[in-house]
Design a protein around this ligand. Structure first.
Ligand code: ADP
Ligand code: ASP
Ligand code: MG
Length: 443
């Protein structure tokens, strides 16, 4: 029997009324048989996501700050009890809260604690829909390095085929130690993709609070174009680079099975949404660029040395220095006599940057080495860029006309993207400049 998987994000689980709206969406099509949910998210700007409250709760537990623990626990409990009240039925929420608290206090661990948002809300949704709850620990498996195990897909298929319909909590599974283990933040999207692959759904619907994937962040450009289609590869680039509407790893389970993803709006279910497919045909603007995304919080280390290209093992020596510190790099643009390393600031706190610079000096004796701290990386993405001559000229002209200084350039070998590094203060204006260059009709 054909089926669709519906994953509802935190914005679609934020309160009782939105949960009822999500339930209505599920009921409106008989094919919508499997539902995956995230923990309740923000109800209004400035609100705190339940998952964030749970992370703070665990910190308070570790620091043995009992007063703070109780204060946070009250806040979390209130979120769920309000949901139960708004839905207007006894959903056994107090019992679920009591059990979670007891387990946390008896040392169930951090991942268990932060996963309880999805666990409890999935029980609520299952009761509202009158559909079985199936725990993600029954089939989502991680190895000892925290990576998703391939056996997950067969297990998902085996487990879920026993249920004609099911509600599954997103964001977690079972670790190699037999304890609850979570994905990285936003990982409910990956859980939805695993379920879609497990049941071989004809469509993976990802329900959120926007009507699709926009050509850039709608918080930076007012009403940017909404894409009708994009390819899995474009989605991967854009979401990895910061378009957090969908987790960048959520394509892997569905891509190989050719299951399309549809991004749709819980608050406007009649909107078409965006389809993510193998080869996207429908194009916006002049068809060159599909979208623009970016992130702040990087540092670049640029190394200059004449004849660097001829020196065997040069790059290897530099990478050995950062490897020794357990640091990975985001980008590695290089020229004949220069190379840059772009690293997430998270890795560089507490004097690490200074240590790296001095160790690189020692390892390769550069002519010059300098750093740009606090830079933003912005990716301009699209399959159309490979076919259209002069795309980078247009991009750099748009940036210079907006007075934006580019610190670093990295063009992926797939010609699917051009990535620029700019000062963090120029982040928003850079995105706007590129957007209006390639989508001029929307200015
Ligand atoms: P959910 O709680 O439903 O999972 P998320 O906050 O994870 O929602 O993702 C939806 C948000 O992603 C939107 O509200 C929007 O502000 C943001 N966003 C960032 N970039 C884009 C983009 N290119 N297209 C659409 N939304 C985007
Ligand atoms: N609740 C988790 C988070 O806030 C996972 C998710 O929403 O997908 O990151
Ligand atoms: Mg999300």
């Amino acid at each position: 029997m054909d089926c669709k998987v519906c994953k509802f994000g935190g914005t679609s689980m934020a309160d009782g009324n939105v949960i009822l709206r999500a339930a209505q969406i599920v009921r409106s099509e008989a094919d919508r048989r499997y539902v995956v949910v995230s923990a309740p998210g923000k109800r209004f700007s400035g609100d705190i996501k339940v998952t964030d409250l749970l992370y703070s709760l665990y910190d308070a537990y570790e620091q043995k700050d009992e007063a703070l623990f109780e204060e946070l626990w009250q806040k979390i409990s209130l979120r769920f009890l309000n949901i139960e009240r708004e839905i207007g039925r006894d959903l056994q929420v107090q019992a679920a809260l009591d059990e979670a608290k007891q387990e946390i206090l008896s040392g169930a661990g951090k991942d268990y604690c932060v996963s309880r948002g999805e666990f409890i809300v999935a029980h609520i949704v299952a009761a509202v829909l009158d559909v079985p709850f199936v725990d993600a620990t029954e089939f989502v498996r991680f190895d000892e390095h925290g990576l998703l195990k391939e056996e997950t897909f067969a297990l998902a298929s085996e487990t879920l085929k026993k249920y004609e319909r099911a509600v599954v909590p997103g964001f977690y599974g079972l670790g190699a130690d037999g304890k609850v283990k979570t994905f990285s933040r936003g990982g409910g999207d990956i859980s939805g993709a695993i379920v879609a692959r497990g049941v071989m759904a004809k469509l993976y619907e990802n329900w959120t609070d926007v009507s699709g994937f926009y050509a850039c962040d709608p918080r930076i450009v007012n009403s940017p174009c909404c894409m009708e289609e994009l390819s899995y590869a474009e989605l991967r680039e854009l979401s990895y680079m910061g378009a957090n509407v969908l987790h960048s790893e959520s394509i892997f389970p569905v891509r190989s099975a050719g299951i399309p993803i549809r991004i749709c709006n819980t608050f406007r279910p009649e909107d078409r949404g965006t389809y993510i497919v193998t080869a996207a045909k429908r194009r916006l603007g002049d068809g060159v660029v599909t979208g623009i995304a970016g992130k702040k919080g990087f540092t670049s280390i640029t190394i200059e040395k004449s004849m660097m290209n001829a020196e065997i093992g040069f790059v290897q020596k530099v990478l050995a220095v950062i490897g020794k510190h357990g640091i990975s790099f985001e980008h590695l643009p290089s020229g004949i006599d220069t190379m840059s390393l772009v690293i997430d600031n998270e890795f560089l706190r507490g004097g690490i940057l200074e240590a790296l610079v001095s160790e690189i000096k020692e390892a390769v004796s550069p002519d010059k080495i300098y750093t740009h701290e606090d830079i933003a990386m912005i990716a301009t993405v699209g399959h159309g860029m490979a076919k259209n001559v002069g795309t980078s000229a247009r991009l750099f002209k748009a940036l210079s006309e907006s007075g934006i200084n580019v610190n670093m350039i990295d063009q992926g070998s797939s010609e699917l993207n051009i990535i620029v590094g700019v000062e963090s203060k120029d982040y928003e204006s850079c995105i706007r400049a590129v957007y209006y260059e390639f989508f001029p009709a929307n200015e």
